[in-house]
Structure formats: C-alpha cells, structure tokens
Design a protein around this ligand. Structure first.
Ligand code: APR
Length: 316
C-alpha cells in the first residue's frame, strides 16, 4: 500500500478533476485530499469509487484548508482562473498571484515540509511568489518548490515523434527555460532518438512547442485552455516527486526551480534529479546548438521580468 499523502488544491477545476483521478490511480498514494473553494465533496465521492487503494477526501472552503494540508508530503496547485476572452494577462496575473499567495501561506503553516508543485499560471511568476511567501514564513527550502513545466516536455516529445516519424515512447528530450512563449526552449540538439533535423524542422517544432497552449485555446474556441494534457503532465511530475521521496534512483525530470544554471536568472527550468529531499541536484544545460544559444539569449529579458513581477507582487 502507498504511504504518501497528496493534496490537490483547485481540485474541482478543469485540470484539478482529471489530476485527482490520475493521482487516485497512483499506487504510491495512500491518502488523496481534494481541496477547492466549492464542489470537492462531489468530486471526491465520485473519484473515491474507483477501485484503487488510495483513500480520498474532499475539503471545501478556507475553513477546511488546514485539514486538507495537515500531514501532506506533496501539494499540487492547479487552483486559479484560466484566461478567458476579454481578460488581459494582468487581470489573470493579479487573480492567480493572490490565490497562489494565500494557498502558500496555508502550506507554510500546516505542512511546511511538503513538496509543492505549482501549476497555476503564469508559472514564471507564481513560483517566485511562492518562494517569497515561504521565505517570509521562514519555511523556504528551494529543494521543495517546483513549477510544473512537464506539459512543455510532453508536447515537445509528441510533436517531435509525429514530425520526425519516431515511436513516441522512445523520445527523450529536455525542455528548458520558463513556461510561457519564447521562454520555452526544447533542446533538440539533445533529443533521443536522434534523427537528421533540418533548420525548418527545428524552427517549426520549437515554435509549435512554444505555442502549444495557444493551439489548445484556439481549438477549444473560447471555452478553455489545456486541462486534460496538463493533468496528465501534472500527474507525471507528481509521480517523479513521489518516486524521489521513496528513494528511487535516477529520477530526472525538467522543472522550474530556483537555479544558478544561467547567471542572472534566479528561477529556471532544467533537468532536476529528484530524491528524498526533493530537488537533490539541478543539472546543467549541457552543450547547446547555436540556435538554442540564441533562443536562450532571447528569453532572458522576459523571464527576468516575470520573476521580478512575482517577487514584487509577493512583497507588495
Ligand atoms: N483555493 C482553491 N481553489 C481555488 C481557489 C482558491 N483560493 N481559487 C480558485 N480555485 C479553483 C476554482 O474554484 C476552480 O475549481 O481553481 C479551479 C480552477 O479550475 P478552472 O477554472 O477549470 O481552471 P483550469 O483550466 O483548471 O486552470 C487552472 O491552471 O494552467 C493553469 O492557467 C491555468 O492558472 C490556471 C490554472
């Protein structure tokens, strides 16, 4: 029987519901806590009927946050609002930044040792916000805080497999940088299995990965953004964290963490080795192609700006 307690905050949402289901299927989980401002008793009851061993409980509203968080080993946060037509990026930023801040205050108080996986966008800013909240509370450990960029990895692998005609199961490919637009950089010079790629292949696949979110928004025609693929990616990264906690060897995933990999950029996604304490090692970038070096240069200003925006918000 699994022995880990996992909470999903925002569990009644488009990402949260399938993410809760996927965590119910994970044999490493003993207790699954589903928290949202409303609706979680129903979602929890529904998911609890699935015949796997994890026990499921639903918690709704601020008054139940403490119960949802007490004793958690891992907290996954997809709470927030997705971008709706007519909403500016700033509107979205202010709402989600406030939600992440308040949930992280709860984590600092009720389960300060838990690993925290942040999905709420804009991840480039919400992770620095969480770090500031934890610092202020005196509970910050950079090894335990992660922005989930796994959907970029999942997309880049899928798109590479389709375009280059290789079995998708065999594709291994790091994606580095941040989690929005040009800050997303798939490192095709390190892809496995390696196929001869033209400059047009590299450019098209890089852009398709960077625009993956928009591709879904447009296909959903104003009715939402990526939820099912994001839930899958969130579950994949959560599983890597749980395996790390169990002491499994060689668990490596890309994640957005406090980092010294690129001088001047304090949060950055690169390969991270996961272990009993969370991020045991943040791995370097390895050799990059000229195309990738240029892309890295091009993202710097935006990424540094997004990090600063998060830090400023948290301090205000
Ligand atoms: N505490 C807990 N849950 C909250 C809070 C809060 N303070 N505020 C909002 N939520 C919940 C909502 O009630 C809703 O159930 O978060 C859920 C979000 O679900 P959706 O609106 O369906 O949004 P979703 O598509 O799941 O995206 C959520 O993830 O990728 C990001 O940009 C996306 O930031 C957005 C987030």
């Amino acid at each position: 029987r699994g022995k880990r307690t996992v909470a999903v905050l925002g569990a009644a949402g488009g990402i949260g519901q399938p993410l809760g289901l996927l965590m119910k299927l994970n044999p490493l989980v003993s207790d699954l806590r589903l928290f949202d401002i409303a609706g979680t008793p129903g979602v929890a009851c529904d998911i609890s009927h699935v015949n796997t061993q994890a026990m499921v409980a639903g918690y709704a509203g601020d008054a139940e946050l403490e119960k949802a968080l007490k004793g958690c080993h891992l907290v996954i946060i997809p709470a927030g609002v997705p971008r709706k037509p007519g909403m500016t990026r700033d509107d979205l930023f202010n709402i989600n930044a406030g939600i992440v801040k308040s949930l992280c205050l709860g984590i600092a108080k009720h389960c300060p040792k838990a690993l925290v996986n942040i999905i709420s966008n804009p991840v480039n800013s919400t992770v620095p916000i969480a770090a500031e909240v934890f610092k202020k509370a005196g509970t910050y450990d950079p090894k335990r805080l992660f922005g989930v960029t796994t959907l970029d990895v999942v997309r880049a692998r899928t798109f590479y497999a389709v375009r280059m005609k290789v079995p998708v199961k065999e594709v291994d490919l790091p994606v580095v940088g941040g989690h929005a637009g040009i800050t997303i950089l798939p490192v095709f010079s390190q892809v496995k299995p390696k196929k001869q790629m033209s400059a047009a292949d590299i450019d098209a696949l890089t852009k398709r990965t960077q625009d993956g979110g928009t591709e879904v928004v447009q296909a959903k025609a104003g009715k939402g953004s990526a939820t099912l693929s994001m839930a899958y990616a969130g579950a994949l990264f959560a599983e890597a964290c749980l395996k790390g906690l169990e002491g499994a060897k060689g668990v490596v995933e890309c994640a957005y963490v406090e980092s010294k990999v690129v001088p001047g950029i304090s949060f950055f996604s690169s390969k991270v080795r996961l272990g009993p304490n969370g991020a045991e090692e943040i791995m370097g970038l390895g050799d990059l192609s000229d195309y990738e070096k240029k892309a890295l240069e091009a993202m710097k200003k935006e990424l540094i700006g997004s990090i600063k925006k998060g830090v400023d918000f948290a301090k205000s």
